[in-house]
Design a protein around this ligand. Structure first.
Ligand SMILES: Nc1nc2c(c(=O)[nH]1)N[C@@H](CN(C=O)c1ccc(C(=O)N[C@@H](CCC(=O)O)C(=O)O)cc1)CN2
Ligand SMILES: [Mg+2]
Length: 297
């Protein structure tokens, strides 16, 4: 019988969204306008279109204003740079998000570097990555910050715990490792070239799986009682032709061993959008100088 606590990311995300909505309304009362988020979607990637629609809906519900800019898949790098520069200059835009992935003719690094770091609510700009690594205030990428919020719901103290982050992307793995380090965890960053992945996972009190390989991490790799945060969102086709989302962790096995675990879907995913709204609210306050106690979010 499993006794792992199932970490309900959907519920935590809804409660964060409600707090953002309340503060966004208060911001609008003080500033005379809503916090503004500009979302840019280039091309027709079906998953990206779903995520952008979800962001649009969640923004409206949380009293975050703004626009979605939908550009064709043939958009050039110069055209996208021109839009980013226009959004940087627009005083009603507090946050800018360019949905990833971008089409192959566009260099994502160049686009991210062109975003005003003070409007970079994705936290992907090298200035914000450097601030995070240096312990300075900035913007932290939405998915890892959401993972940290879920972890903090289950641990009063993270200091001294062994944590492994499986995956080293700029979007999740690297910032996640920095956040855990800032909480005084002992952090291992593992990846496809790690020789003893089993050993790194097996000794860890916290496992963050963000590698994009369906069910790579098996139940018997998990240290009994560990907290498992599964960032993987892998769509797989079943024998009957239907598709299903599964994580990077073999959930049915891990739930028998872990102390707490996030499901897929309904774990980390919903936190990504809730934190985006939170970061936009924070950006609006920082830009206007209107006070906000960020710890209440
Ligand atoms: N500019 C960005 N691009 C991308 C980011 C990002 O943070 N910024 N992250 C991902 C996609 N993403 C948001 O953009 C995202 C992914 C997943 C979810 C989510 O709620 N997932 C659900 C399942 C949804 C489904 O059925 O497909 C869940 O896990 O429960 C939200 C946002 C890449 N690009
Ligand atoms: Mg058990």
């Amino acid at each position: 019988m499993s006794d792992a606590k199932i970490i309900d990311g959907k519920a935590t995300a809804l409660s964060l969204r409600a707090r953002v909505a309340e503060q966004a309304q208060a911001f609008a009362d003080a500033a005379g306008r809503l916090p503004g988020l500009a979302v840019v979607l280039v091309g027709e990637d079906p998953a990206s279109a779903v995520y952008v629609r979800a962001k649009e809906r969640a923004s409206a519900e949380a009293h975050i204003g703004g626009t979605v800019h939908r550009l064709p898949a043939t958009t050039t790098q110069e055209e996208l740079l021109a839009l980013v520069r226009a959004l940087n200059a627009d005083t009603t835009v507090d946050g800018i998000l360019v949905q990833l992935p971008l089409p192959p003719q566009i260099d994502a690094h160049a686009i991210i570097a062109a975003i005003d770091p003070e409007k970079d609510v994705d936290g992907f700009h090298p200035i914000n990555a450097g601030r995070l690594a240096s312990g300075l205030p900035g913007f932290v990428p939405c998915t890892p910050l959401g993972c940290l919020m879920l972890l903090k719901d289950y641990h009063d103290h993270l200091a001294g715990l062994e944590a492994v982050v499986v995956g080293r992307s700029n979007i999740v793995g690297k910032p996640m490792a920095q956040l855990l380090l800032a909480e005084s965890c002992t952090v291992t960053i593992a990846h496809s070239r790690t020789r003893d992945l089993f050993g790194a996972v097996r000794r860890s009190d916290i496992v963050i799986a963000a590698v994009g390989v369906p069910e790579l991490i098996r139940g018997d790799w998990i240290k009994p009682g560990a907290t498992v945060i599964d960032v993987g969102i892998n769509r797989v086709t079943l024998p009957d032709g239907k598709t299903k989302l599964i994580g990077d962790v073999a959930y049915d096995e891990a739930i028998e061993v872990a102390g707490a675990i996030t499901p897929v879907p309904g774990g980390v995913g919903p936190m990504t959008i809730a934190v985006l709204l939170r970061n936009t609210l924070v950006a609006a306050h920082r830009k206007t100088g209107i006070a906000l106690d960020e710890r209440t979010l």
